[in-house]
Design a protein around this ligand. Structure first.
Ligand code: ATP
Ligand code: MG
Length: 421
């Protein structure tokens, strides 16, 4: 039996890899404009880190984590906890007051695989630690929007505030009071979570729950004046920056650590997998992890969903890798010359290729097409004797002569000049 990849784990094949590279490059460029610096953390962490940050009564911790039970370690289901762990462990806060960090990499969650939902998926994750100003919240959303725009992806931005330890408990009680009156109609998940995580009912996918919460008390009516001012200032700044958004008082996010601003970039083009990216503020989390009492905010974009949307929203042909020059060599001596020229060109920074199998000119021209070469240089033993190869522009099919007489390094220089003209 052939061995296949594990269910929910996917290969990224060479035809698709260029698109991944392009997205990452675009992201790195834009992140750098916003002063973000890269941090890379391990994919394994102590299980306790996720239990204590994401929360015991969340879907992720309850049922989605890949945990080595005997070793007490877990494959990271998200990046925020790991980044904060590293931040605290290395005392980064001592060096400067505000840190702007990002990471790109695989995350692991044991969910039912479907379109846009995998067990190993990839996130681009951004965190700003040490700033509480609402302008930072707006700036992060504006950055996410800028990146999505640059990738040609259309989404809408939804925002909410989840309040803080001063005002959320009262809202929580109010909500429990309301939900308890309708206990019998709630789905089994929401009934079970009524005491542990009642806010989850607000974004429950169950139809009856959805209808029920329409009349539930709104968190936005329960915000304390600090949270209210903060949320208003976030919105004012979004307006100033020209970022459009919509209030969504039902958005609670699946992680316990959020406070105040939460947001999601939403699409209706991926069925149930509506969130392309999501995040929010987590002002008490560092302290909760025994770190300094610093505020923070972050968000993550799911790369697989970005790619699905790009495939839907623009042309389906992914970007292709190209070759500057393919050298078609006919005959042994020509092949020796070709291999030296190809190497000299590569040393000059060009993508050059040849075929070592001594196949026919026709077969080699086909190969030149497969590697998307812009130009092909044809060298037969005759051409070598006459010290002139034939250079073909693969687009226009125009041909010209190329001198093979001076030393190979000089030929390479001349060729490089032609190719960059
Ligand atoms: P969902 O509601 O779709 O399960 P989530 O709220 O669990 O998403 P987050 O934890 O906020 O997602 O992660 C941020 C982003 O990571 C999501 O918006 C999504 O694009 C992506 N993501 C999350 N889980 C998966 C997964 N299993 N497969 C692919 N992408 C995912
Ligand atoms: Mg999820």
């Amino acid at each position: 039996m052939k061995i296949k990849a594990v269910n929910g784990f996917k290969d990224i094949l060479p035809d698709d890899a260029l698109r991944w590279q392009m997205i990452e490059k675009t992201a790195r460029d834009i992140f750098a404009r916003f002063g973000m610096r890269e941090i890379r953390t391990p994919v394994l962490e102590k299980t306790e880190l996720f239990a204590r940050s994401i929360g015991e009564a969340t879907d992720i911790v309850e049922k989605e984590m890949y945990t080595f039970v005997d070793k007490g370690i877990t494959m990271r289901p998200e990046a925020t906890a790991s980044i904060l762990r590293a931040f605290i462990e290395h005392g980064l806060h001592v060096k400067q007051p505000v840190h702007r960090l990002y990471t790109i990499g695989p995350m692991f969650r044991h969910e039912r695989p479907q379109k846009g939902r995998l067990r190993q998926f990839h996130q681009m994750d951004v965190e700003v630690i040490g700033a509480t100003e609402p302008q930072v919240d707006a700036e992060l959303m504006a950055m996410g929007q800028m990146l999505l725009d640059a990738l040609g992806i259309k989404v809408s931005l939804e925002i909410n505030s989840l309040g803080c330890p001063a005002c959320r408990p009262a809202f929580r009680d109010k909500l429990i009071g309301y939900l308890d009156q309708h206990r019998e109609s709630l789905c089994s998940d929401c009934r079970r979570r009524l005491e542990t995580n009642p806010l989850r009912a607000l974004d429950c996918k169950n139809r009856t729950c959805k209808a029920l919460v329409q009349d539930a008390p709104s968190i936005l009516d329960s915000l304390c004046s600090d949270c209210n001012d903060h949320f208003s200032a976030v919105k004012e700044t979004l307006d100033l920056l020209g970022v459009s958004y919509r209030d969504n008082r039902f958005m609670v996010r699946g992680l316990d650590y959020y406070t105040r601003t939460t947001f999601e970039f939403i699409t209706d083009a991926l069925g149930a997998q509506a969130a392309v990216g999501a995040g929010g503020r987590y002002d008490g989390l560092l302290k909760q992890l025994n770190g300094p009492d610093l505020p923070g905010i972050g968000f993550a974009l799911g790369m697989e969903r970005l790619i699905l949307l790009m495939e839907q929203q623009e042309d389906r042909t992914p970007p292709q890798q190209t070759t500057d020059l393919f050298v078609a060599a006919l005959g042994e001596k020509a092949a020796v010359h070709a291999s030296m020229l190809v190497h000299a060109l590569r040393r000059l920074g060009l993508a050059a290729a040849m075929d070592y199998s001594g196949r026919s000119l026709k077969a080699q021209m086909k190969q030149a097409g497969r590697v998307n070469s812009r130009f092909t240089l044809i060298i037969g033993d005759n051409e070598l004797a006459e010290e002139e190869g034939i250079l073909r522009d693969m687009n226009s099919q125009e041909q010209s002569r190329f001198s093979l007489s001076p030393a190979v390094d000089e030929q390479a220089q001349q060729m490089a000049a032609i190719l960059s003209a």
